[in-house]
Design a protein around this ligand. Structure first.
Ligand code: ZN
Ligand code: ZN
Ligand code: ZN
Ligand code: ZN
Length: 497
């Protein structure tokens, strides 16, 4: 298998699955804030819009603010040009993208036999769902039966679902050439993909051959199929609300450049699948408008590797360039030799650069760092995300190895922020004051980092502020009950301290 976009998905990071990774978009470019290369405005009609398209020799096309923008301004709302299931072995309804089972008891489309949520699915024979034309194609080639036969083979199931959106794009080519032309405007990185033999052969075998063979699309050329695969990998956004999951191409949103500390956030409309993109903080006139599809709560070494695997480019944004990641130091390790220094990459834009202590001569090769991070990460992944003793144990064990702001410690704290006060045995009203205080401290620590990495009106900040509010209210109430302090002064003291 070639590297896939979501191979690094972590349960402790699921909060970001919608906000960060889902925007699996962008082209071969990172933060345009520096305006590298020659730039030119290439859309004279864009004066009225809050943004304009710029073109640079280094960055390609990207969006720039036309005026000073406030935090929370809505920039883009647009329905998808194309929508289909995600590349995943988790089966979904072809009409509405809600999860379905592959078992025989699952309802199936009466014509093509693909599993669907039910006969009343709102997406049956609808343009953004399971169209009659798609149904006919799947029926003709007996692909519902084929899917049933491979239901115990997750790799094949995943591949079948991957093919659906590609098929839909070729149906768009027949039925709506103007939309197909818009899609062809998007970057596919075909040459780079070609040079990655493993990746290219995966698509040749599992997409090109399969579509032209069993799926009856012999008239397509291998080149056009590879081109669409590249466009989807580079430009798709993963969206979905209330358990639905789909991937979409949007006409303008794909133009946002990537930045590991983005200035926009997005959500989507569960009815129309429109993307709704807002500024998350104030953006100055002429500043680049950016989005991140990497986990913001991940260190530079891993984040860059993840983006390179999925998008075929090495991010060189301000955060990636700074060994201390905008001052958060969220990748630094504690020095095991002198015990007082911090170990970090001496050259963060070079994946194989050594990691050295800033106090003594201790150094480690980057492959060793990767090995260490993978081991610790596996350890974190193996802990039930609802186990307070498990996560507390993790913190205790690795506080001696990782720097205080390390993203893996923060990841555990993120889970703890949310489960203290919420799970059986630890409900807020029964929680000892000491643990209420702990929840509050974790929230404050997490916020201090995320205020830098994902500042402004972001879902992640909202979520933690909400948890912090719960902890402060509970602590104030306890103090008030214990000491007769007035509710007002208790809340006032603890909220503003
Ligand atoms: Zn459905
Ligand atoms: Zn059907
Ligand atoms: Zn970056
Ligand atoms: Zn040292």
């Amino acid at each position: 298998m070639p590297p896939r976009k979501h191979k690094n998905k972590k349960k402790h990071h699921q909060h970001q699955a919608q906000q960060q990774v889902s925007p699996v978009q962008s082209s071969n470019k990172s933060s345009p804030t520096k305006m590298e290369g020659n730039t030119e405005s290439c859309d004279s009609t864009s004066k009225q819009l809050p943004y304009r398209i710029e073109k640079s020799t280094v960055l390609g096309r990207y969006l720039v603010a036309n005026r000073d923008l406030k935090a929370g301004e809505q920039l883009i709302t647009e329905e998808p040009l194309a929508i289909g299931p995600c590349v995943s072995a988790d089966a979904v309804c072809l009409g509405c993208y809600m999860p379905v089972k592959l078992q025989s008891a699952q309802y199936r489309c009466s014509a093509c036999r693909w599993p669907m949520c039910g006969p009343q699915c709102r997406g049956l024979h609808q343009p953004k769902g399971h169209t009659a034309q798609e149904c006919e194609l799947l029926r003709t080639h007996k692909l519902g039966e084929a899917l049933e036969a491979i239901r115990d083979k997750p790799d094949l199931v995943k591949n079948y679902y991957e093919l659906i959106l590609i098929v839909r794009i070729f149906l768009i080519k027949q039925n709506a050439p103007e939309i197909y032309a818009d899609i062809l405007q998007m970057e596919s990185h075909t040459e780079l993909r070609k040079s990655n033999t493993e990746l290219w052969q995966y698509y040749e075998r599992n997409v090109v051959q399969r579509l032209k063979g069993d799926w009856g699309m012999a008239a397509l050329t291998a080149d056009e199929i590879h081109n669409i695969c590249g466009i989807l990998d580079v430009n798709c956004f993963e969206i979905g609300q209330n358990s639905a999951k789909a991937r979409c191409l949007y006409k303008s949103a794909f133009l946002l450049a990537h930045d590991c500390c983005p200035n926009t956030a997005h959500t989507d409309d569960p009815q129309s699948y429109a993307i709704i993109l807002r500024t998350s903080r104030a953006i100055r006139k002429d500043e680049g408008i950016t989005l991140s599809y990497a986990y913001t709560l991940q260190g530079t070494l891993k984040r860059r590797e993840f983006m390179h695997a999925g998008k075929l480019f090495w991010c060189c944004c301000q955060r990636c360039t700074d060994p201390k990641e905008l001052g958060t130091d969220c990748s630094a390790l504690l020095c095991p030799k002198c015990k007082s220094g911090s170990v970090r990459s001496v050259e963060p834009l070079n994946q194989s650069a050594a990691w050295c202590c800033d106090h003594c001569d201790y150094a480690l090769k980057s492959v060793e760092i990767v090995k260490l991070l993978d081991t610790i990460n596996l350890n974190l992944e193996s802990i039930d995300a609802h186990s307070i003793p498990g996560l507390e144990g993790f913190l205790k064990k690795y506080e001696r190895v990782l720097g205080p702001n390390h993203y893996l410690l923060l990841s555990a704290k993120y889970s703890l922020c949310q489960i203290y006060g919420r799970i059986e045995g630890y409900l807020l009203h029964t929680l000892p004051l000491e643990n209420v205080q702990k929840k509050e401290n974790y929230c404050r620590h997490f916020l201090s980092i995320i205020n830098v990495l994902e500042p402004g009106l972001t879902r992640l900040r909202g979520l933690i502020l909400y948890e912090l509010h719960g902890a402060i209210m509970m602590r104030s109430q306890r103090l008030m009950m214990a000491g007769g302090e007035s509710r007002y002064s208790a809340v006032r003291t603890h909220w503003f301290e």
